[in-house]
Write a protein of this length. Sequence first.
Length: 198
Amino acid sequence: MTDDQPRPAAASPDTEYSLSIEDAAALYERAGLPRTFRTIQRYCAKGHLDSHRIETAYGEKYLITPASVLKHIAYIEEVRPATAGRDEPRQVAASHDQGTRSFEEAGGAATSRDEPRQTAASDEMMSRYVGHLEGENAYLREQNTVKDGQIKDLTERARETNYLISGLQKMLTPLLGGGSGSFSDRDEHRAGAGDNPR
């Protein structure tokens, strides 16, 4: 005897991704494991939750499968007693997460827990970078001083050249016939007068 009942239609991969970050946060809270929106975004980015990132008018957002959230909650509940020690819940961490979440919902800035920590290496890199920039600035200042000196020298030479050319013109003026017309004009006039027969 065959079972003629129709099979339920398999959910397409697109309809499985039905939870927003806020919906996933509500599931974690109902399970007694409140998480911030930022933490859930990190879970998505690290692959702890099965999610798709989509573009919206306001930027990118994650859509998450409900099954992956439930699976992750089960994983946390399984691992938590071992990490808390002697099956005692970690009340301090949970209350901190809940306080952080309510702060974020009220429109507060990201908590210090969500911000990357600066390490000594990054401080050292920053001081080296600042030192490099200060060295570049000192070099450029020296170059400006040198260029200013060169411009001053060139201006002085141009003034001296103009003075010498003026003196040369004064010396040559009597030799060229008293300054009426240029040398080439007088040569053309003489050549034209020599061509006409008397």
